[in-house]
Ligand binder design. Sequence first.
Ligand code: 5GP
Ligand code: ZN
Length: 138
Amino acid sequence: MQENCIFCKIAAGEIPSATIYEDEVCRVILDIAPAAKGHAILLPKKHFANIFEIDKETAGSILYTASRVAAAMKEALGCDGINLLQNNGPAAGQTVFHLHIHIIPRFENDGLLPTWEQGSYADGEAAEVAQKIQNCLK
Ligand code: 5GP
Ligand code: ZN
């Protein structure tokens, strides 16, 4: 547990929350300022600031849990779709620096999340960019 991390305290149950699910790896709670009713956040119990720090076991476990909660949310709320959203770093919109996955119920035309303008690659550029990233895979 990280000192002064609110999500560590919530995940550990030290601060009460509207909990949907809990196991030894994570807790899933309702977001306090939801994009839509039912918007949940999944908090690993181990502190990772972001995706760059996560370990393989936690990564596997939390994605599986997110899939189960998403299915439950679809059935319970009758939503048309679900976004999993996971922000890393202030530039990507992260405001709480304990890794979490947003699970957001979506309804047709709810306009909740912006869509981006689709870009393109010049000839050969996609292969170059893919290679550049691949070279840094650990
Ligand atoms: P981020 O922008 O870092 O991806 O998302 C942080 C999210 O955590 C926000 O959606 C915010 O509403 C939620 N949040 C921040 N503090 C609390 C809290 O104390 N309790 C709960 N349930 N959600 C929180
Ligand atoms: Zn933490």
